[in-house]
Write a protein that binds this ligand. Structure first.
Ligand code: UD1
Length: 361
């Protein structure tokens, strides 16, 4: 059986790596890895392949950046052309980025069976491009691998047959547990930050809803500047955010708010594990902090990962900057409140996926 994996953007790589490794145990399964090229910078892509020990992609579609429509259309056109030559019994797509939806559309239109890893997550906010990508990909998938119970419930409510859904747990946590020794080693090395081994806050922001509107970005940076007076902040910047900050022409940020290039995964995880607090608008970081038991403030009004709030260490602070400042000050003063690690976030999710797929051969 030939399984084709599609990856495109940074958050896909750590989800595909453990599934590819687990499927490698089955002799009757052969695998092909296709990178759409949605993310192409060395620091957004290559470094992850290296650190995750992912095999180099068999094909790169080199679609690059563009409007969502352009990006989605380019992946579809180039992937369809490639699949004219490339045998494929089952396609696996990951998460909720534009490449995920585009590849899923190509699979169904060509009659290829489709599996979606990280199915069922919902923010119930259709203004997020990722929410549309999730809903449509799940509607098209034959096999849906969910990380948590809320995912199963969302799929049932949307009319997807229970037999198609497999609750396997969280593949990103598979990668995280495998990398823990390497993260510990990395922590012993210089991490290119001025506050290494001191108390610090780690921040990441890249959602269009936070960074594309100049007033929103400015007020967020002001809040971070204030929080950094309590504890210095390390802020690795996504290319999108970097462009927006440059456009704002902001030069007067305090030295305690340290802007850095995007980091490799091991550096970033090491900094996450030892942070006093993480402030983010990412999806995956809400999960990683829950697993690492590090307090997380999510600068969004909603989350598609509610279990990180109900069980884990995550708090949604919405777009209220006063709330962000107050919650950060409380955590920095009183220390973390411990959360629980959700069921099946045990490092074995990809093995469970491989078992389902091997049985379906
Ligand atoms: C994408 C995903 C988002 C995910 C994020 C993680 C979608 C809709 N969004 O958002 O869910 O959380 O990846 O990083 O798929 N750019 C570069 N170099 C790169 C990639 C992007 O400079 O390697 C710049 C380009 O100017 C580009 C912009 O970043 O236009 C946005 O990139 P894009 O892939 O469209 O979306 P992300 O914001 O990265």
């Amino acid at each position: 059986m030939m399984i084709v994996h599609i990856v495109g953007a940074r958050p896909n790589f750590m989800k595909a790596a453990p599934v590819i490794r687990a499927l490698g145990q089955y002799e009757h399964i052969t695998q092909t890895l296709i990178h759409t090229g949605q993310h192409y910078d060395q620091r957004m892509s290559d470094v992850f392949f290296h650190e995750l020990e992912l095999p180099p992609p068999d094909y790169n579609l080199d679609v690059g950046s563009g409007s969502h429509t352009t990006q989605t259309a380019q992946v579809m056109l180039r992937l369809e052309e490639l699949l004219e030559q490339q045998p494929c019994d089952l396609m696996l797509v990951y998460g909720d980025v534009n490449s995920t939806l585009a590849a899923a559309l190509v699979a169904v239109k060509r009659g290829i069976r489709l599996g979606h890893v990280e199915a069922g997550l919902r923010s119930f906010d259709r203004t997020m491009p990722e929410e549309i990508n999730r809903i449509l990909t799940d509607q098209m998938a034959d096999l849906l691998f969910t990380p948590s119970e809320d995912g199963d419930a969302n799929l049932l409510r949307e009319g997807i047959a229970a037999e198609q859904t497999h609750r396997v747990g969280n593949v990103m946590i598979d990668t995280l547990t495998r990398l823990l020794p390497a993260i510990q080693q990395r922590w012993q090395m210089p991490l290119h930050t001025p506050w290494h081994h001191q108390r610090y806050v780690l921040a990441t922001l890249h959602r269009p809803s936070n960074v594309d509107d100049p007033a929103s970005l400015r007020s967020l940076l002001e809040a971070l500047a204030d929080i950094s007076q309590l504890t210095p902040i390390i802020f690795p910047i996504h290319p999108r955010t970097h462009q927006r900050i440059q456009a704002l022409g902001l030069t007067e940020l305090p030295a305690t708010l340290h802007l850095s290039e995007p980091l490799g995964y091991l550096d970033f995880l090491a900094l996450q594990q030892h942070a006093a607090l993480v402030i983010t608008d990412s999806g995956g970081i809400q999960e990683e902090t829950t697993f690492l038991q590090v307090p997380c403030l999510t600068v969004r009004a909603n989350t598609e990962r509610p279990i990180t709030v109900t069980l884990g260490t995550n708090t949604l602070v919405g777009h209220d900057r006063t709330r962000l400042r107050d919650e950060a000050a409380t955590i920095l003063r009183e220390g973390p409140q411990r959360g629980r690690i959700p069921p099946l976030w045990d490092g074995k999710a990809s093995e469970r996926i491989a078992q389902v797929l091997a049985g379906n051969g």
